[in-house]
Design a protein around this ligand. Structure first.
Ligand code: ZN
Length: 280
């Protein structure tokens, strides 16, 4: 099942005809993801055969305000090689703050008073559906609602300058996610998906989640040993090689650029880079 949200309109679900049906039309009031998850079995059955009632929706981020966004650095083998860094022995975790979340087609705003080096990072995003505390890797899948595409937009100059990197990763609009959550039952293996980024149509990242150093089950298990993962929490699993800072010379995003991140089976998000003034 595809779970999306549309701007100003709550949750909508993909039908087998390809369109969207509102949860309200299926008799379920769901304002937050936890409400929807509670009714998931019924919704999955009724959404498939429903008649679409929402047409050409402007999609919002499928999780508007995750309780937490846990991101993983240095988690693709080729990306580690590209940066010339040693392979981590344990996942490198940092926080990305929920206020950075923006929709799958909404603008990424430059903030030139703070950063001159804005970069993209296409990432497989894991959305937690059921609380996970002290789970082991073999049971991790039972806690995952599904997957979507994320762009871990990063201010590289801030990232280099500060020992804590969460600020450099959390500027407003620096976390586009979407276009929708594809439930885990439709993704047989999250570690065999092609993942790509283009900027203005030119390929920058082209890899596969098979290159992940720490896979999805290991990440869920590792994080759940430290803190309870709750419904709607998002794990950004790291980015493959091909980021702008790894190019010669480094090439950052500019006003007007169109950044498209795409993952096989999950769809794509496409965000225009704008100056703050152009967006107001
Ligand atoms: Zn990242």
């Amino acid at each position: 099942m595809r779970i999306a949200r549309h701007v100003g309109g709550g949750f909508i679900l993909g039908t087998s005809q390809g369109g969207w049906v509102s949860t309200g039309a299926l008799g379920v009031r769901a304002t937050v993801l936890a409400d929807l998850i509670e009714h998931l079995p019924v919704l999955a059955e009724s959404a498939a055969s429903a008649t679409p009632d929402v047409h050409n929706p402007h999609l919002a981020a499928p999780v508007g305000r995750p309780g937490k966004i846990l991101a993983v650095g240095l988690n693709y083998l080729q990306h580690i090689a590209e940066l010339g860094r040693p392979r981590p022995s344990t996942p490198m975790i940092f926080a990305k703050y929920p206020s950075a979340v923006t929709g799958p087609t909404d603008p990424i705003e430059l903030n030139p008073s703070v950063t001159a080096e804005v970069d993209y990072e296409a990432e497989l995003a894991v959305v937690i559906g059921w609380p996970a505390r002290n789970v082991d890797a073999t049971h991790a899948a039972e806690h995952i609602l599904g997957y979507c595409v994320g762009n871990d937009v990063s201010a590289r100059d801030l990232q280099r300058a500060e020992p804590q990197i969460s600020r450099s990763k959390s500027l407003d609009t620096f976390c586009p996610i979407g276009p929708w959550i594809t439930t885990a039952d439709e993704v047989s293996d999250p570690q065999s998906l092609r993942i790509t980024t283009t900027v203005n149509g030119v390929t920058r990242q082209d890899s596969t989640t098979a290159d992940l150093l720490f896979g999805v089950p290991e990440l869920v298990a590792h994080l759940s040993r430290t803190m309870t993962l709750e419904p709607g929490d998002v794990i950004l699993t790291g980015t493959p090689s091909g980021v702008g800072s790894g190019m010669t010379p480094p090439t950052y995003l500019n006003e007007g650029d169109i950044v498209r991140c795409e993952i096989e089976k999950l769809g794509r998000i496409e965000n225009r880079v704008v100056s703050p003034a152009a967006n107001r």
